[in-house]
Design a binder for this molecule. Structure first.
Ligand code: ADP
Length: 332
């Protein structure tokens, strides 16, 4: 589809270039022809004074032939020039058209991939629910207990679907509209995120330790709590029971660093470049059974960080743990 559009665009660019080139050439030809003819007349007037009528006629004839020859050369040169413009301009127009379309092509491809991934993720819980319901409907002697079990299982799938659609919505709607930029104490951001996840950590016998300094950043409170919450949630999800998670803050130049270090399973070096991609889950066989998620958390975190002119860095060693560090500009 894009090849056809690129060709159309090329033709449009080329038409503009050729219209300009031919227009300029025609104008140049006319100006040059008038100049040459004026010169010719001036010289004829000059020689008319001291040449006899026969010589003057010969001279005039010679000048006219020369003028026609000069104009012929000019025409040939201009035709050659326009031909070169056609070839060079055609090639340049095609390169330019491809370049113009590349970002649109990339974004359409990303959109298509996103829709395909999202549909795939939505299908799994829906298919599970459909199968369970169909089997239950075929069973005429279904007991009340079995029906309750089915409903509980369906409810779990519905919860997964809700989590997925919430994640997709967040990813789609996370933009600077409606963001309130204010100076916020980092301690408050961390405290709110910790409150959200302390129950899960306790349930998994994971200790949350804090080493916080009095620092402030500028940004949207809810989004920053969400960002730290995602990192904390992951640290808890991918850590073994009895381990420790440390949340520390520090100031470096004009940046505030918030680090979340866990003693979990770690991330393989080959997975590290992809963990911020939408729907990417490292080592599927290990993760998918153990920890809930759709691979959207870090994509959302990255989007929030970008809106705050911030970055997220990861250092990880398999079997030892990971450290996620968010670097946010300090509040002035
Ligand atoms: P999800 O947790 O829902 O799978 P995320 O986008 O939050 O999705 O994370 C992507 C992947 O990165 C996870 O599936 C996991 O493999 C890896 N990951 C993220 N945080 C950690 C962590 N603290 N320790 C180990 N692996 C992690």
């Amino acid at each position: 589809m894009f090849r056809g559009v690129a060709l159309k665009l090329t033709l449009w660019y080329l038409a503009i270039i050729m219209a300009l080139s031919i227009g300029c050439s025609v104008a140049l030809y006319h100006v040059s022809r008038n100049d040459l003819a004026r010169n010719n007349r001036r010289q004829a007037t000059f020689f008319n004074g001291f040449l006899g009528p026969t010589d003057f006629n010969d001279y005039n004839h010679l000048r006219k032939t020369q003028l026609d020859e000069d104009l012929g050369h000019l025409r040939a040169n201009l035709i050659l020039f326009n031909f070169l413009v056609l070839v060079g301009g055609g090639a340049a127009s095609y390169v330019l058209a491809r370049r113009t379309l590349k970002p649109i092509e990339d974004s359409l491809e990303a959109q298509t991939r996103f829709t395909a991934d999202a549909s795939h993720e939505l299908r799994t819980p829906l298919t599970a629910m459909q199968t369970e319901i169909e089997v239950a409907l075929r069973d005429r002697a279904i007991t009340k207990n079995q029906a309750i079990k089915l409903l509980v299982s369906n409810l779990e799938e519905v919860a997964k679907l809700k989590a997925l659609s919430d994640g997709l919505l967040k990813l789609a709607s996370e933009n600077s509209d409606g963001m309130i930029r204010e100076s916020i104490a980092v301690n408050e951001i961390v405290a709110e995120a910790v409150t959200r996840y302390s129950k899960t950590a306790t349930a998994r016998k994971i200790t949350l330790k804090q080493g916080l300094k009095n620092l402030s950043v500028e940004g949207d409170r809810q989004s920053l709590v969400e960002l730290i919450g995602i990192l904390l949630d992951n640290a808890i999800k991918y850590s073994p029971a009895g381990s420790e998670i440390k949340i520390t803050t520090a100031k470096k130049d004009k940046q505030v660093l918030i680090s979340i270090a866990d003693q979990g399973q770690g991330i393989k070096a080959s997975d590290l470049p992809h963990i911020f991609d939408r729907f990417y889950r490292a080592d599927a066989s290990r993760n998918k059974e153990q920890a809930n998620g759709y691979g959207l958390g870090l994509a959302i975190a990255k989007k929030i960080a970008k809106l705050h002119h911030s970055t997220i860095e990861v250092k990880s060693a398999v079997g030892k743990g990971s450290v996620f560090t968010v670097t946010i500009p300090v509040s002035r």
